[in-house]
Design a protein around this ligand. Sequence first.
Ligand code: ATP
Length: 202
Amino acid sequence: MQFNKLRLTGFKSFVDPTDLVITDGLTGVVGPNGCGKSNLLEALRWVMGETRAKAMRGGGMEDVIFAGAATRPARNYAEVCLTIDNSERLAPTGFNDSDQLEVVRRITRDAGSAYKANSKDTRARDVQMLFADASTGAHSPALVRQGQISELINAKPKNRRKVLEDAAGIGGLYQRRHEAELKLKGAETNLLRVDDVVEQLA
Ligand code: ATP
């Protein structure tokens, strides 16, 4: 899955619409302290469905909205748009109707987050699965934040295995297994209830 462009509007320090063009190969972001390097990486995780405000270095998800500066008032919403090359039609069904896929997440104060894929309303879960199946996503090992390499070197084997599994693209399978287990549990509970009813009627 080739990402082509990230557009941030009102996201953290990026108050005006800002485009980051992503070309083939490894992309590194360099710049002086506080210029917004980590904010860019967070925007990428966020549009792919990050749900933990802490991973965005905030107390609540609305903290990603531009909070205002001496010369600029705060914004009411933040939006991140990720443009993906889908010319090889690798996106799953439902996302696969054009050569380019645009995933947009917008958060509005007091109204929460909403997602769109190629202008159509989409569920958060479907966006998360789209990226998990493509071996990427909010927790992708392909997104390397500051200090992460030394963390990986010092990590316990179990945690290192998780990184390899995510890179192999089986993260989506774990999610599906978890959902299947929950459904199975629900079905077992329903069966017990049916047994009770049958017993009462006998
Ligand atoms: P460093 O190299 O020091 O880690 P960096 O380039 O990674 O810095 P970031 O941490 O991405 O920089 O950006 C920090 C800047 O973003 C700070 O100036 C901070 O005030 C600003 N910022 C963070 N959240 C918001 C927000 N909601 N509204 C406005 N500005 C914000």
